[in-house]
Design a protein around this ligand. Structure first.
Ligand code: HSE
Length: 415
């Protein structure tokens, strides 16, 4: 029997406790030993839980228990999860987590601490919820040079955009529905402003390239400015709008990494990933494109990945897994202003024809888009050539200086 402890009995944590109970026999068959959930740390009381005798409010009880070899952290957030995780690892206890914020911010340090103490720090559930992606990336695809990773990494924003695209619902109503259905995080800002997707692309990039990529260094845009007008114009161009987290290895050896809404051609596999589902494309130099699809959030899908990591830790109590990246002060990220992209722009001006002509002068090669019932003051187009993002920003400024309002500017994803 291997004793484990769980820290945090929220949505994911309660799912972990549930799977460890309901799938006890299945897990026993895989491990050859029973996993015994000995402690559950939470400040709240759960008198009706069938495991009510296991709850504690005191972390010291877990750290002092020599029988506990694996600690599952599903608390979320940085504090106190960071301190607790460090103490467990220093004590030689392996830690499993779904906490993408912590991994994205302190992953290199915690992995190094795990290595020093001959323990494991595993976090499959931190990206893509129930979708196996980290293990395939660092094990099954290890023979590849990963050229690019691009994905829909946030279920809440994908749900909102799907409602906007398929049901003509505006952003505010779709967000409200996502909150009512319990999809949005406690603070919807992390989802709708792209921070959650940013943490996930940082974890993927760190793992693929072996160097810690910090979220603060990654250009991140959310979906709060996307309108139904943009959705209509995107459709006219044969695209849907998706929030994409993307990391591409450039010939310079630097990474072009970002999170931003993009027009995705309807022919792309990522265009057909809807509702709260996530989809991640990994382009390997040997494999070509490999796409992972499934539920990126939710109690049992995420708990499934946490339990799988727990089993893995239990199987490797005396051996380390080769999941690792290092901290580095060296710059790994290319200047975002150099990032090449085609762009969709929607302009508002008292003289729309003049605005279009001005845009054509600046960008030279553009294609105008039409939508039904567009006001006379509106004009939308896409550029036919890729331009450095910095040049696009300069062009936007020039248009605005001529009294033309740039109502929307959305990249066209080469996906
Ligand atoms: N809020 C996240 C999402 C949860 O919507 O994808 C899973 O990380």
């Amino acid at each position: 029997m291997i004793s484990v402890a769980l820290m945090g009995h929220g949505v994911v944590g309660s799912g972990v406790a549930e799977i460890l109970t309901t799938h006890k026999q299945k897990l026993f068959s895989s491990l050859g030993e029973e996993i015994y959930l000995k402690h559950i740390l939470d400040l709240r009381d759960f008198p009706d839980s069938p495991l009510c005798d296991r709850f504690t409010k005191d972390f010291e009880e877990i750290i002092a228990d020599r029988e506990v070899r694996v600690v599952i952290e599903t608390m979320g957030g940085i504090n106190p999860a960071y301190e607790f995780t460090k103490r467990c690892l220093k004590d030689g206890k392996s830690v499993v987590t779904s906490n993408k914020e912590l991994v994205a911010r302190h992953g290199a340090e915690l992995l190094s601490l795990a290595k020093e103490n001959n323990a494991n720090y595993l976090f499959e559930a931190s990206v893509g919820g129930g979708i196996p992606i980290l293990r395939p990336l660092h094990q099954c695809l290890v023979a590849n040079e990963v050229q690019e990773i691009a994905g829909i990494l946030n279920g809440t924003t994908n749900f909102i955009l799907t409602k906007m695209i398929n049901e003509n619902m505006n952003f505010e109503d779709a967000l409200k529905l996502a909150q009512d259905l319990g999809y949005a995080e406690r603070n919807p800002e992390a989802d709708v402003e792209g921070h959650d997707a940013c943490r996930k692309i940082c974890i993927l990039a760190s793992l693929a390239y072996g160097k810690h990529i910090y979220p603060d260094n990654v250009h991140t845009e959310g979906i709060t400015k996307i309108t139904l007008e943009d959705v209509e114009y995107a459709a006219a161009y044969g695209c849907v709008i998706k929030l994409i987290g993307k990391c591409k290895l450039l010939e310079t050896g630097l990474m072009d990494i970002m999170v931003a809404p993009m027009l995705v051609p309807c022919t792309s596999q990522l265009a057909n990933i809807n509702d709260v589902f996530n989809g991640i494309m990994v382009r390997g130099d040997c494999t070509g494109d490999v796409v992972f699809y499934g539920k990126g959030a939710g109690k049992l899908p995420t708990a499934s990945a946490v339990v799988a990591d727990t089993v893995d830790c239990c199987k490797h109590l005396k051996a380390r897994k080769y999941l690792y990246w290092t901290d580095t002060s060296e710059n790994c990220i290319a200047d975002h202003n150099e990032s090449l992209t085609k762009i969709y722009l929607r302009l508002e001006a008292s003289d729309a024809e003049n605005a279009y002509n001005k845009a054509q002068e600046i960008f030279t090669d553009i294609t105008r888009l039409e939508r039904a019932d567009a006001p006379e003051s509106e004009v939308a187009f896409v550029t036919e050539k890729e331009l450095p993002y910095g040049k696009i920003l300069e062009a936007v400024e020039t248009l605005e200086q001529s009294g033309i309002k740039v109502a929307s500017a959305i990249r066209i994803g080469n996906l």
